[in-house]
Design a protein around this ligand. Structure first.
Ligand code: PEP
Length: 250
């Protein structure tokens, strides 16, 4: 059985002081969660958030990283820097990184590999734009992203990672894919893993849905056969809302 994983992507929100306030509020509200709980604050708050979640059930992820260990890469943060802090997860290939910062699949693949080298678990985001969906290219686009982003990985690594299916048109827009549509795409992703990395990896890998997830949508999403959790943006910035999502089972 796959343990559901719900992660909050705070994006470029919360100063270090605000991040500390949010975590202090959140800790108690999610302490009995049945799923794995992850928060992904900005780099500037990681150290403090990690200290504040010590001895709790909250794990910490970064929102991005570079693939090199160190060197002349001004403004970048490396996997060894994250690992030393106590970061466990790293979001890679988020659509905002792909679109605003022009990250391509070749770069994302290098980052995914580097995460594994340094013992970080990637949360790899894939998803189609509205235009691609309207052109009926959703599956083709996702297959291409998976092919390139997972190139050269072995099945044991793929089994351990997390993939987030995030239709770009549903991120921060208030529009969600129907739970059934999201499940269909997630099933397609799992089948891709089965065909290319074997049945064990397909059964073990956790695949989240992301895109305007709210307390009012999570139950139906989590009731689907193949949705193993959620990557939550906007609603993760409020402790009460994020806790209501994480505690969807109650
Ligand atoms: C995200 O940033 O990954 C996301 C899904 O955002 P939102 O929940 O705000 O749509």
């Amino acid at each position: 059985m796959r343990r559901p994983i719900i992660a909050g992507n705070w994006k470029m929100n919360k100063t270090a002081r605000e991040a500390a306030q949010l975590i202090i509020e959140l800790r108690d509200k999610v302490k009995d969660a049945k799923c794995e709980v992850v928060v992904c604050p900005p780099f500037t708050s990681l150290a403090q958030v990690i200290t504040l979640v010590e001895d709790t059930n909250i794990k910490v992820g970064a929102q991005n990283m570079y693939f090199e260990e160190n060197g002349a890469f001004t403004g970048e943060v490396s996997p060894i820097m994250l690992k030393e802090l106590g970061v466990e997860y790293v979001i890679l290939g988020h659509s905002e990184r792909r679109m605003i910062f022009k990250e391509d699949d070749e770069l994302i693949n290098k980052k995914v590999k580097a995460a594994f080298v340094h013992g970080l678990t990637p949360i790899l985001c894939v998803g189609e734009t509205l235009k691609e969906r309207e052109e009926n290219r959703t599956y083709e686009v996702i297959k291409e992203q998976l092919k390139e982003d997972l190139d050269g990985l072995d099945k044991a690594k793929v089994a351990k990672m997390v993939i987030a299916y995030e239709p770009v048109w549903a991120i921060g827009t208030g529009k969600t894919a129907t739970a059934e549509d999201a499940n269909d795409v997630i099933k397609f992703i799992r089948n891709y893993i089965r065909e290319n990395f074997g049945n064990d990896a397909a059964e073990e890998i956790r695949i989240q849905y992301g895109g305007s997830v709210k307390p009012s949508t999570i139950k139906e999403q989590m009731a689907q056969s193949d949705i193993d959790g959620a990557l939550v943006g906007g609603a993760s910035l409020n402790a009460t809302e994020f806790a209501a999502i994480v505690n969807y089972k109650e």
